[in-house]
Design a protein around this ligand. Structure first.
Ligand code: ZN
Length: 308
């Protein structure tokens, strides 16, 4: 019997390994290697890539080459290259480097905002309004959004009403998309559905994107919960590279190849070649001399297991 579920027929995956993944790696990946990696991801079918973050290089040395990397991108038509910006200086740098799209994000948690963006939440909200103004004036499309929506390692639970309040504020300011980030991996399918359902309602036609971490092993379960609400855009990283900076050894984002694989088995299109992403992950594993937390890049390398 064929089980019909109301899932979206297509899903957009934004690959963020170069930003969310690399930012927690101490060994610098040379700029030329990052460019090669971006081209390889495009070749694998990825059509949205977050290539860097424009943050203080003293805080995140791996992102020190963001200006140079973005200015020299060979931007392919049909591919959205973006960067994360946390303040007005960041969005100015991104525009100057020739990006057409940025992801501007603030934290739903005041403590996380102070530690991650060096600003109390009230200041970050004010600065967000200025970021949007600059982005619009420079002709950029801007994803707005919130980190730690589903919980914070410092503050614990985050009040959903406070989240909805900031979402409304950002929508009023004219963001083009809204990204809800489970920065700490504390979401569960129930909280995903509760919060996403309301945000989808508030967003009207504005796309809602989920950025999920697999810290507690609930990443793909959370995707399924969101798919059932019609969410069709997720951020991932190759191999699941990355981690929560506040938890030593924590696993990272949901792995691109694991999500592509699950969706393809469900008959949901992504346009991404899972084998090519798996090969990229294995290459980067050997560069960083470590095992990434994802699953499929290892399984796809074994010819004794029939996966395709
Ligand atoms: Zn993240």
């Amino acid at each position: 019997m064929k089980v019909m579920m109301p899932y979206p027929p297509k899903v957009v995956i934004e690959e963020q390994g170069l930003r969310d993944g690399l930012q927690s790696e101490k060994t610098p990946l040379p700029t030329a290697k990052k460019s090669e990696l971006i081209d390889a991801l495009v070749d694998a079918g990825v059509r949205r890539i977050q290539v860097a973050s424009f943050v203080n290089p003293k805080r995140i040395p791996q992102m020190a080459d963001a200006d140079e990397l973005c200015a020299n991108l060979k931007q392919q038509p049909g591919v959205i290259y973006s960067a994360l910006v946390l303040n007005t200086r960041g969005i100015e740098r991104a525009a100057a480097a020739g990006l057409k799209h940025v992801s501007a994000s603030i934290s739903a948690s005041d403590t996380h905002s102070r530690k991650n963006a060096n600003a109390p939440l009230a200041d970050a909200r004010r600065q967000f309004a200025d970021m949007i103004k600059i982005g619009k004036a420079r002709g950029l499309t801007v994803s707005g959004g919130l980190q730690c929506v589903f919980g914070c390692r410092f503050e614990g639970a985050i009040d959903p009403e406070a989240v909805f309040d900031i979402v409304k504020e950002q929508l009023d300011q004219g963001i083009d998309e809204i990204v809800l980030a489970d920065t700490t991996g504390m979401a569960n399918p129930h909280s995903i559905q509760q919060i996403c359902a309301r945000v989808i309602e508030l967003a009207g036609g504005t796309p809602v994107i989920l950025h999920l971490h697999d810290t507690e092993g609930k990443g793909l379960a959370n995707v399924l919960a969101a798919l059932s609400l019609g969410v069709d855009h997720f951020d991932t990283t190759f191999g699941g590279i990355g981690g929560c900076p506040f938890i030593k050894g924590a696993s990272g984002n949901i792995a691109t190849e694991d999500l592509v694989w699950m969706l393809s088995q469900m008959g949901i299109e992504t346009g991404i070649d899972v084998g090519k992403i798996a090969a990229i992950s294995r290459k980067l594993e050997s560069f960083f001399k470590k095992q990434f937390a994802g699953k499929m890049h290892r399984l796809l390398a074994r010819d004794d297991i029939q996966v395709l």
